[in-house]
Design a binder for this molecule. Structure first.
Ligand code: NAD
Ligand code: AHE
Ligand code: ZN
Ligand code: ZN
Length: 370
């Protein structure tokens, strides 16, 4: 079939909107009509050429929601008409990783996914001239139709709006899950969140759900303050306005250091500050941000010797087929909020504007509606 997509033809270049050819689903695969997709900073990370796994031409996008159109041979858990959210972290429920309760990182299809291919080693996307186009994070939600393995689709309730729940495909789940699943924040905790964008705000929302007493937000952009306060931030710090070293300032503000700190910037210097502003003896720092090729983190080992813990999280530690439908329920029940964070709604033709808004710091989430 033919469908419309935004193609990343090469690193740095704006996405090109074009018709593409899409092959039908093979065994274990599902054809999905994407109804809406968010634009996450990780899409920009790959578009910019900073992703060591980035390959072009590719159809980016990994924060979508849509409807099943057709299922391939052997697909038993989904049928046409089901509403689904694609999962860049699948859940096969049988690999060594899925069977280990310590991780959500299903590895069943990770190697082909990282090569921009379906599990059988081929792509379903082609240009109208017949040249292959790579998939992205197993999702490629910047296409009106895409093919996704069954194990990488969460079935969700039918009454939830696509243009809001698409955000659960990455940002909402990552931020809230980092608090609940990865850090396991206790009631009364003090926390610091670095980066108040589409992920950091959801960390704040998760911290409020978990009953944190102090939620410090750190961002170089003061325009992010009002929205963060709305979601539960108690103190705002703009590093550009702090005289001297940021670490002692934050340690003082949190009376000895935070119980939990979160990096949602992807900047390795910020990651160091986040670790070092965690409390001596027990503070945990969670890395969410994705750093460019070649970037490395560092600190004095003494920081860890004296009890601080450095951890990372992917997709908020969530097991997508199990957890994503529950998070959709939380949204529909009003336990969590999504709507105010979706600051811009765009058509596919306007998708590059979404990247411009992100760069200008003017959006939290831009959502493309098909
Ligand atoms: P975003 O652009 O919406 O937000 C980033 C925020 O960080 C902005 O508000 C920006 O002003 C702020 N910032 C940048 N540099 C800063 C600095 N030096 N100090 C303080 N604040 C600074 O991006 P996003 O969509 O929220 O994504 C955030 C990061 O999380 C990205 O690196 C993204 O790739 C990553 N991410 C990781 C996962 C995961 O599973 N681990 C999932 C989603 C996104
Ligand atoms: N390709 C990059 C890594 C990118 C990365 O860390 N991705 C996160 C999700 S970001 C969503 O916005 C993730 O899930 N990582 C685990 C995994 O298996 O990719 C690189 O540096 O190579
Ligand atoms: Zn993302
Ligand atoms: Zn698995």
């Amino acid at each position: 079939m033919r469908t419309r997509a935004a193609i990343a033809t090469k690193a740095v270049a704006p996405l090109e909107i074009a018709e593409v050819e899409l092959d039908g689903p093979r065994a274990g695969e599902v054809l999905v009509e994407i109804r809406a997709t968010g634009i996450c900073h990780t899409d920009e990370f790959t578009r910019s050429g900073a992703d060591p796994e980035g390959i072009f031409p590719a159809i980016l996008g990994h924060e979508g929601a849509g409807v099943v159109v057709e299922v391939g041979a052997g697909v038993t858990g989904l049928r046409p008409g089901d509403h689904v959210i694609p999962l860049y972290t699948p859940e096969c429920r049988e690999c060594e990783y899925c069977l280990n309760p310590k991780t959500n990182l299903c590895q069943k299809i990770r190697s082909t996914q990282g090569q921009g291919l379906m599990p059988d080693g081929t792509s379903r996307f082609r240009t109208l001239d017949g040249e292959p186009i790579f998939h992205y994070m197993g999702c490629s939600t910047f296409a009106n139709h895409t093919v996704v393995p069954e194990i990488a689709l969460a079935k969700v309730r039918q009454d939830a709006p696509f243009d809001k729940i698409c955000y659960i495909g990455c940002g909402v789940t990552t931020g809230i899950g980092a608090v609940i699943n990865t850090a396991k924040v206790e009631i009364g905790s003090r926390a610091i969140v670095f980066g108040l964008g589409g992920i950091g705000l959801n960390v704040i929302q998760g911290l409020r759900l978990a009953g944190a007493d102090q939620i410090v937000g750190v961002d170089l952009n003061p325009d992010k303050k009002p929205m963060a306060e709305r979601f539960g931030m108690t103190d705002f710090v703009n590093p550009a306005e702090v005289e001297g070293d940021l670490v002692p300032f934050l340690v003082d503000l949190t009376r000895g250091g935070a119980d939990y700190t979160f990096d949602a910037t992807g900047n390795v210097d910020v990651m160091r500050t986040a670790l070092e502003s965690a409390h001596k003896g027990w503070g945990e720092s969670i890395i969410i941000g994705v750093a460019p090729a070649g970037a490395e983190i560092s600190t004095r080992p003494f920081q860890l010797v004296t009890g601080r813990v450095w951890r990372g999280t992917a997709f908020g530690g969530a097991r997508g087929r199990t957890d994503v439908p529950k998070i959709v329920d939380w949204y529909m029940q009003g336990k969590i909020e999504i709507d105010p964070m979706i600051t811009h709604t765009l058509s596919l033709d306007e998708i590059n504007k979404g990247f411009d808004l992100m760069h200008a710091g003017e959006s939290i989430r831009s959502v493309v509606v098909y």
